[in-house]
Design a protein around this ligand. Structure first.
Ligand SMILES: Cc1ncc(COP(=O)(O)O)c(C=O)c1O
Length: 416
């Protein structure tokens, strides 16, 4: 069987853990993708995972495909400066508060370099991250909170040295007082605070804007840097990302996913004087054979041009809004307590009473019911994000499948 073969080659049979879909007998196997659909060994599925948020135009969009094909005609790697990467960089600057940026290959690389840069710039070592925020899979940030308000780095992964983990403090998300306590205890040891301005890796948790403002003020007061990790929200909640949605200017920002058009990309950037610390103009090292890869740049520029037309956000956001409302109604009629959170083209469903404001609220939701819903929906042709701890996404091609999706939800809820 295919999965047995895969397990003999890849740990757990997959190349990234979230693809394992452990609540199913075997992971899904993809064949192709177009518009809102994934074509898999389980048939055609409306895709709400969208490569964990990397796709916003819809799969296999002609603008991206043609841009990539044109690049391939001219060769695909030079390891030299190109006109296209400059145009791309200028585009990023136009829409964000970034003065200068460096283009790398993944969100993980982007946050790793942003943290290193913050430490190099401030000449301090300790950072704060928040419980339930995910910043990729490197040692600085693969740290979670245990019980209690603030925890000193308990690694989420084996293999992270205690010496490294203890340089990352963890504070509770959306809890201003708890954050202020952790930050003030650290005082002038604090190099940076890194956070997702909208938490999208522990389900979808809208930020308390007063909390974001307090983090901005306190980091400035302590002479520490504020890093917004917009790998998910950048270019998804609008061209200016969450920073412009909430009117807060961080010192450094990281991007990825959407702005690579489905090809590998990561970006870190920010205030000019900080970015000038990056090699070769400064002492903080970053380098990469594939940095600003021409294929990713071609795809990214194509996405940026589509996003600048405006229709993408109108369509994708409207689809998510209709789905969030429709799913809430269906769940209520079926007699389930459900909370649906939606921001722009992102939404998530929680089986719980009350509200979802913190990671703890997500933990208290009924995960088993979510997974059951996920499995039932597959039967009716819908691929929901495979965990309540992930976020669902829509693309510009989703308005056409809203009705079909809600019909699938009707059937699935009836069988829960
Ligand atoms: C907020 C955030 N930061 C960083 C990352 C890491 O990005 P990548 O998977 O491209 O390494 C992710 C990935 O899910 C993310 O959601």
């Amino acid at each position: 069987m295919f999965f047995e073969r895969a397990k003999a080659v890849f740990p757990g049979g997959v190349n990234s853990p979230a693809r394992a879909l452990k609540h199913l007998p075997a992971p899904l196997v993809a064949k192709s993708a177009s518009g809102p659909y994934l074509h898999t060994d389980r048939g055609r599925l409306v895709d709400y995972c969208l490569a964990f948020g990397a796709v916003i135009l819809g799969h296999n969009h002609p603008a991206v495909r043609e841009a990539v094909a044109r690049q391939l005609e001219r060769g695909w790697i030079y390891a030299l400066l190109t006109e296209e990467e400059l145009e791309f960089g200028e585009g990023i600057k136009r829409h964000t508060s970034i003065d200068k940026l460096r283009i790398v290959n993944s969100g993980t690389e982007a946050t790793m370099n942003a943290v290193r840069l913050a430490r190099g710039y401030t000449k301090r070592d300790v950072i704060i991250k928040f419980d339930g925020n995910f910043h990729g899979s490197h040692d600085y940030v693969l740290i979670k909170a245990g019980s209690g308000a603030a925890t000193w780095g308990i690694p989420t992964s084996a293999g992270i040295p205690q010496e490294v983990a203890k340089l990352t403090a963890v504070a509770p998300y959306n809890d201003t007082n708890a954050f202020l306590k952790v930050a003030r205890d650290l005082g002038e040891r604090l190099a940076a605070v890194i956070l997702e301005p909208i938490a999208a890796n522990f389900g979808l948790i809208p930020p308390d804007v007063e909390f974001l403002k307090a983090v901005r003020e306190e980091t400035s007061r302590l002479g520490a840097l504020l890093i917004f990790d917009e790998v998910v929200t950048g270019f998804r909640v609008g061209l200016g990302g969450a920073q412009s949605l909430y009117g807060i200017k961080p010192d450094l920002i990281t991007f990825g996913k959407v702005i690579g058009g489905g090809f590998p990309i990561g970006i870190f950037g920010g205030r000019g004087e900080i970015m000038d610390m990056v090699a070769p103009s400064g002492p903080v090292y970053n380098a990469g054979t594939y940095n600003a890869h021409p294929v990713s740049i071609a795809a990214g520029l194509a996405v940026l041009r589509e996003l600048e037309k405006g229709y993408v956000y109108t369509s994708a956001d409207q689809a998510a809004r209709k789905l969030a409302e429709g799913i809430g109604d269906i769940a209520e009629r079926a007699g389930f307590d459900v909370v649906v959170k939606q921001i722009s083209s992102m939404f998530q469903i929680y089986f719980k009473r009350g509200d979802v404001k913190t990671p703890q609220d997500v933990r208290e939701s009924d995960e088993k019911l979510y997974l059951k819903l996920h499995e039932k929906l597959l039967k009716y042709g819908v691929y929901l994000a495979p965990s309540q701890y992930e976020t669902n996404f829509t693309s510009a091609s989703h308005p056409e499948v809203v009705e079909e999706t809600l019909a699938a939800f009707e059937k699935a809820f009836r069988e829960l």
